[in-house]
Design a protein around this ligand. Structure first.
Ligand SMILES: CC(C)(COP(=O)(O)OP(=O)(O)OC[C@H]1O[C@@H](n2cnc3c(N)ncnc32)[C@H](O)[C@@H]1OP(=O)(O)O)[C@@H](O)C(=O)NCCC(=O)NCCS
Length: 173
């Protein structure tokens, strides 16, 4: 069966940074950004799965530039790989200052969602098919990122993380 493409899950969300979103330095609070990213990523995961989804994990997110009061945030989200009942969503976040005409990439992140049926049980998700070279790279990296997050979440033994180990120690003979 042909998998769904990233176009089917692609989501763009815009937010204007208002006073209630900022800290005392007039910078956007990190937690508010993570909340908006969670919403954009959940919409993207739902588009792929055609199901209710729950956030299973959020990979480490670093904030590279302060985002200022009055900036416009653009969050782009798309599924980068589907597993059995879960999908990985890749996020790219931009901050635009319209009066000064600047737009910078603020950060990238990966969120993982699990699809649930009407009884709240996990249910298989449709397959995903990478189409461009950039998507193939994201798709291949997703296996290593999944192993790392499952180890950190206590769901996988480091010894079973074959692809991750190969990255550090080379493939086992
Ligand atoms: C996410 C959740 C559904 C997983 O349930 P579970 O009983 O642990 O299910 P399983 O162990 O069978 O795993 C189901 C899927 O979740 C994935 N998963 C579980 N823990 C994970 C983690 N920490 N990170 C990434 N994926 C994870 C598994 O890899 C599996 O995916 P796969 O089928 O594609 O291989 C469950 O833990 C849950 O409901 N968590 C709360 C979700 C929530 O409320 N989110 C909002 C946070 S406030």
């Amino acid at each position: 069966m042909k998998g769904k493409s990233s176009k089917e899950s692609f989501t763009i969300m815009n937010e204007l940074v208002l006073p209630n979103d900022t800290n005392t330095l007039n910078n956007l609070m990190g937690g508010r950004l993570l909340h908006w990213m969670d919403i954009a990523a959940a919409i993207s995961a739902q588009k792929h799965c055609n199901r209710i989804v729950v956030t299973a994990s959020v990979d480490n997110v670093s904030f590279q530039h302060p985002i200022k009061l009055g900036d416009v945030i653009t969050i782009e989200a798309k599924v980068s790989r589907a597993f059995t009942t879960s999908v990985e969503v890749r996020l790219d976040v931009y901050a635009q200052n319209i009066p000064s005409g600047t737009k910078v990439k603020s950060n990238e992140a990966y969120y993982t969602f699990v699809a649930l049926d009407q009884n709240g049980r996990t249910i298989p998700v449709p397959p995903f098919e990478a189409e461009t070279p950039e998507e193939v790279e994201l798709f291949e990296g997703a296996l290593r990122r999944r192993q790392l997050r499952l180890i950190l979440g206590g769901k996988m033994k480091p010894n079973d993380a074959t692809e991750l180990k190969a990255l550090f120690f080379g493939a086992e003979k």
